[in-house]
Design a protein around this ligand. Structure first.
Ligand code: LRH
Ligand code: MN
Ligand code: MN
Length: 400
């Protein structure tokens, strides 16, 4: 075992951890085979926000909730903001949805029909109006655009239309707002996708300007992709805007973050911290990367599913911060410089294998939080209460 600095050295930085939860994690979701309804599922946007607030109350880790438009459409977003704040959370990223309207079957911002492209641009402009009312900083755009068959569309013209549409949307953002462009290598399109990878997203963001940045969804890569390398590269380029965290065994599984591969989550956080995107280093042109969850709880209870998720992120952030304490960082630098492959790897793995769970329990207690948020939630009666209260009505979420 190499010498590690201790947990006490990282608590200040750990305190700044904030994870944004997605409103849609609380709604019913499923696969294309079945959406299972579950007791206690929110029937309204307000109930989704109340659930997000519960996650924050028990963990202290989730101060904001992201909305998806039109899933979370309400008449008065300013009032929704007040409602959220009254519950102890803020409204965060506004996710623009141009994938569930029949008009967008053959594409939205990349559709060959100018009238459909206009409609897609307009939806994003409407989302900016929502942001102005909610006080949100980020407009997140993920497009389901793509084709299934070679020759189906002019894939080059679609890039031009995409650039034009994005420019029109970007021009409407205020100086403190950002456009965050998410990529995904396939699904729902199976031959080509218009924003399939970080390079394409980067190229568009670069053309747009400083306030256009890339969103990296951990489930949106081919199996075996070295995601932490992409993280390091985007941070170098000043273009890593945010994460959609989830985990996967096969494709875009949207499982609980850190469930499938905690080591990958650790490796990603090591690069985020190493690059300055955890603390934010404005002097080097790096702002903090927004850490968001993008998950669906198809078979497990949703609030505990979210509690488990934010705790998993906290645990891997703590272990990654251990690697970034001055002595350990120095020891790693020496081993790397000397080409001592095994020593360098041992230092790295020591941080990953450090069990921080007891320290984290104490850290929470010192801050007036339950030592074991999951157990505290299950013992609180909250789940039974919402299951009794929320009967009938339309279930909100993917299928609303
Ligand atoms: C696409 C995606 C994108 C959507 C969300 C519901 O797979 O990751 O972020 O907004 O799922
Ligand atoms: Mn996503
Ligand atoms: Mn996804």
């Amino acid at each position: 075992m190499t010498e590690q600095q201790g947990f006490a050295d990282i608590t200040g930085r750990l305190e700044t951890l904030a994870i944004e939860v997605p409103s849609w994690a609380y709604g019913n979701s499923g696969t294309r085979f079945k959406v299972f309804g579950s007791a206690g599922t929110p029937r309204t946007v307000h109930e989704k926000i109340a659930d997000a607030a519960a996650v924050h109350r028990f963990t202290g880790l989730a101060p904001t909730v992201a909305l998806h438009i039109p899933w979370d459409l309400v008449d008065d977003f300013a009032a929704l903001r007040v409602y959220a704040e009254d519950h102890g959370v803020g409204l965060g990223t506004i996710n623009s949805n141009t994938f569930q309207d029949d008009d967008f079957k053959l594409g939205s911002l990349t559709n060959a029909d100018p009238a459909v492209r206009r409609k897609a641009v307009q939806h994003n402009l409407d989302c900016i109006e929502v942001m102005n009312a909610t006080g949100s900083r980020d407009l997140k755009i993920w497009l389901a655009d793509g084709t299934n068959y070679p020759g189906q569309a002019d894939i080059r013209a679609r890039q031009d239309w995409l650039a034009e549409g994005l420019a029109e949307i970007y021009a409407q953002l205020s100086d403190d707002q950002r456009l965050v462009l998410e990529y995904k290598f396939f699904e729902p399109a199976f031959y080509h996708t218009d924003v399939p990878d970080w390079g394409t997203s980067f190229v568009h963001c670069l053309a747009l300007g400083d306030r256009a940045v890339v969103c990296l969804d951990t489930g949106h890569h081919a199996p075996g992709t070295n995601i932490e390398f992409i993280v390091a590269q985007l941070i170098r380029l000043g273009k890593l805007g945010s994460f959609d965290f989830n985990s996967r065994f096969y494709a875009d599984d949207d499982l609980i973050v850190g469930a499938a591969d905690p080591f990958q989550l650790f490796r990603i956080m090591v690069e985020v911290i190493r690059g300055g995107a955890y603390d934010g280093r404005p002097e080097d042109g790096h702002s903090r990367a927004a850490l968001m969850l993008d998950q669906c709880h198809n078979i497990e209870k949703k609030i505990p599913g979210q509690i488990r998720s934010v705790l998993n992120v906290q645990e891997m952030v703590a272990r990654a911060l251990l690697l970034d304490t001055p002595d350990t960082r120095a020891a790693l630098a020496v081993a790397q410089r000397e080409g001592d492959v095994l020593a360098a790897n041992e230092i790295y793995m020591d941080a990953f294998y450090t069990d921080v769970r007891r320290d984290l329990a104490g850290f929470r207690e010192e801050r007036g939080l339950p030592a074991d948020p999951m157990a505290a939630y299950l013992a609180s009666g909250h789940q039974e209460q919402i299951e009794a209260d929320r009967v009938g009505g339309t279930q909100a979420g993917w299928n609303s």
